[in-house]
Design a protein. Structure first.
Length: 480
């Protein structure tokens, strides 16, 4: 292991890397079920839009999520030797679901045909990214981002992680309503908010208690330098949540295991999503629309990945004095390969996950962390019901803790320079509000470029930064 992953050189060991990989897995295991829910069930409750194809399509996207994520992480482990985990990106999968519905409506076809047409977009995006990564063009884009702005990406992602932890990652509710922890805090100030929660109030209280117990456990264990503090804290929070469900909600948190299917649905994937590219349906909506969709997916994915890699690498001290990370090309190639495999098997764009920061905080420094997480994703083809019983509130504790730590990166930024301070604070606001790392970086680069341009320091801005800022301006303008 040491020879493959250079463990001693990176100041780590097998046990630490495996614990880090398990920690990352627990914080992002939600994507395994959530991704097919979003893509197949977008706005349709019990997947009504897919009709009789619903169950098979769900299973196809589920299998694709596990397989594409695992392959991408194996590439990350052996090509780049980095602890970053990859899976179908949140935000991108929701947008993909909207695109599927739009294609189906415009082409007058079934939702399954719309899904198969949409996978063509992901395939083209993967090919483009693979070529850009191989020829180092994506790395040049990374290096074009000014160092001060790069340093601000980590704290901005930290705020976004905290927003996820306090928000949608820890919700309770049913069918059309999903109450999140913000509602609990709102109910403390307004009785009407508590009344709105109604029967979900006890579950909301348990959710908040679980999160705080997990957070405090992680902080205390980390203070005493306990190895695997994040993982142990999540496990402690999970146990508390399960006990609370038994004792106070009179629910069995393990009930789903009794009726769960443990056999991988390979047949459904082969029938619905495996190499099921429908170019004819895609092109029927018009070349111009297709090109805009491809560019949009490329822009969002590129800067989501870049932002996550930069922030996590800074936190793990994997960058040099210029803020550049070794093996950046291999890291980005792994991302592109994951997207290609995702397109071939049946899911939206695969990207580097911000939850990788939890594994890094647990001590992960090499590809062995990514390999561990990848093996667990592959195992979920058989044991997904077990991953499904991990309470979201327990993983929220880890996300909030890591988010707080990432905010500490603000101390490394020269906030006396408005050309840096303004873009950084815009990113701090934009990322958690928009839920998009790419959009936050885009607004940061635009503001940096504008301030430099109109304060007599236009030469400080590289040509590539001008180009990227202009592209983002066009994208944002077209969005309106």
């Amino acid at each position: 292991m040491d020879k493959i992953f250079k463990l001693q050189q990176n100041g780590t060991n097998v046990r630490t890397e495996i614990v880090a990989g398990l920690t990352t897995f627990m914080t992002m295991a939600y994507i395994i079920a959530l991704n097919p829910n979003l893509i197949v069930g977008f706005g349709q409750g019990a997947f009504g839009a897919f009709g009789e194809d619903a169950a098979a399509a769900w299973n196809g996207v589920f299998m694709a999520t596990c397989l594409a994520s695992a392959v991408a992480m194996f590439c990350m482990a052996f090509l780049a030797n980095k602890p970053f985990a990859l899976a179908p990106g949140m935000g991108l999968n929701s947008y993909f679901a909207v695109v599927i519905a739009q294609i189906a409506g415009a082409a007058g076809c079934s939702m399954l045909a719309g899904l198969q047409a949409g996978l063509c977009i992901i395939l083209v995006e993967g090919v483009v990214f693979l070529l850009l990564s191989i020829f180092n063009i994506r790395q040049k884009i990374v290096e074009a981002i000014p160092l001060g702005v790069r340093l601000g990406i980590g704290p901005a992602i930290g705020l976004m992680l905290m927003n996820i932890g306090f928000g949608s990652n820890a919700g309770v509710g049913a069918s059309s309503e999903n109450y999140v922890m913000r509602d609990f805090f709102g109910a403390l100030a307004a009785s009407s908010a508590k009344e709105k929660l109604g029967e979900y109030w006890p579950a909301m209280v348990l959710t908040v208690v679980t999160m705080f117990i997990g957070l405090f456990a992680i902080v205390i264990l980390a203070h005493y330098q306990v190895k695997g503090a994040v993982l142990i804290g999540m496990l402690a929070a999970s146990v508390i949540n399960w006990l609370g469900q038994f004792l106070f909600l009179h629910q069995n948190p393990f009930a789903s295991l009794a009726t769960a299917s443990w056999l991988p649905p390979f047949g459904d994937m082969a029938k619905t999503t495996l190499f099921k590219f429908d170019f004819a349906t895609l092109l029927s909506i018009g070349w111009g629309t297709v090109i805009i969709l491809i560019i949009t997916f490329c822009m969002i994915d590129m800067f989501d990945t870049i932002g996550t890699v930069i922030a996590t690498a800074n936190r793990a001290k994997m960058v040099d004095e210029n803020g550049n990370m070794p093996q950046m090309r291999e890291t980005l190639v792994s991302d592109a390969v994951g997207t290609l495999v995702g397109a071939c098997t049946g899911t939206s764009t695969v990207t580097t996950f911000v939850e990788s920061a939890s594994g890094v905080e647990a001590g992960g420094r090499t590809g062995l962390t990514a390999l561990t997480t990848g093996i667990l994703f592959l195992a979920c083809i058989f044991i997904s019901p077990i991953a499904a019983i991990i309470p979201a509130a327990a993983t929220s504790a880890a996300l909030i803790y890591v988010g707080i730590l990432m905010l500490g990166g603000l101390k490394n930024i020269d906030l006396s320079d408005m050309a840096i301070a303004v873009p950084v604070f815009i990113m701090l606001l934009a990322m958690p509000i928009s839920g998009s790392i790419g959009h936050g970086i885009g607004l940061g680069l635009i503001s940096y470029t504008v301030i430099k341009l109109f304060t007599g320091r236009a030469k400080d801005v590289s040509v590539l930064t001008y180009v990227i800022s202009a592209i983002f301006l066009v994208k944002f303008f077209l969005a309106f």
